[in-house]
Design a protein around this ligand. Sequence first.
Ligand SMILES: *Cc1c(COP(=O)(O)O)cnc(C)c1O
Length: 368
Amino acid sequence: MIRWLDLGKVNERFRTEIDARIKGVLDSGWYLQGKENESFCEHFAMFCGTKHALGVANGLEALALIIRAYGFGVGDEIIVPANTFIASILAISQNGCTPVLVEPDPATYCIDPARIEAAITPHTKAIMVVHLYGQATPMQQVEEVAQRHGLKVIEDAAQAHGAMYRGKRVGNLGDAAAFSFYPGKNLGAMGDAGGITTNDTALYEKVKALANYGSDYKYHHIYKGTNSRLDELQAAVLDVRLSHLDADNTRRREVAHYYRQNITNPLISLPEVYDEEAHVWHVFAVRCKQRDNLQQYLKNHGIETNIHYPTPPHKQGAYSEWATRSYPITEQIHREVLSLPISPVLTDDEVQEVISALNMWKCTEFLA
Ligand SMILES: *Cc1c(COP(=O)(O)O)cnc(C)c1O
């Protein structure tokens, strides 16, 4: 069986390093807001090229805290791609803001910058871009629109740790960025974890306080804050994983390159890439009209796949108020995408096996 992502194997490679750091936390007797958190945040800010990085509890909270820190709330609109993981949109709703969905560019799967301006109203406060599947959104046009209308640009970088756009890392492409360190992400913890990067010192200070009971120093509370912090154990694991992230992303790029060079089945469309060196391939999504048949066929051949995502946010029960809306590009993507195995621990033989199976698929047999 070729796993879509073998997380045990991913972390096993670093067992010695991770063991030592976990032991260090146990030995220290200090579990929150300590040296590991400090070390990881310093390294992550350096990695992204930003002034600040802050660890928080998870990716959804990272997004929600940024929106809250900017003071956006009821009556404010935030533009967001219609095809994203629902958390991007939940972070907007959670703050009482109105998510304004914009269709993606089917070539990049990211928000179509050319469609943003038409969605702007006098209530618009920010554009949230999502670097979906590990490819940075083409930011130049987004930046231009944002500047013309005085909007903040918030990055949802949960799927794109290390990805680049014109020589800059994601996390450093807008006013503030949110990361998830959910175990399956390119930079994953061993539990829930998230982070924020920004060059805006005032925003950083505010998010930091908001995430710590609204406290700027101990027992002094200036906001009605929440508790959303990164613990020492997760920070220690992340610090180890970060030191291998570029190498892991390079391997993902090799696998993706191999797929793109060698999958030749005309029934399967390959993802388009505008900068081969910049993509970090959190997900390798092909498209296919007979997607469900292909998925079953691969399963019968011992190849595990996934669908990111089967149902678009506007068709979810959580957003029943949008049930009658139609976003045809988003809906088509959701009908057709299939995520092939991709990870830094996939072997050349496994990649070859996936390619052979895909190239032999004819979609003639009925597969139950
Ligand atoms: C994973 C993910 C999130 C949410 O992160 P969590 O840490 O799971 O809360 C948000 N946005 C996108 C695009 C994601 O893939």
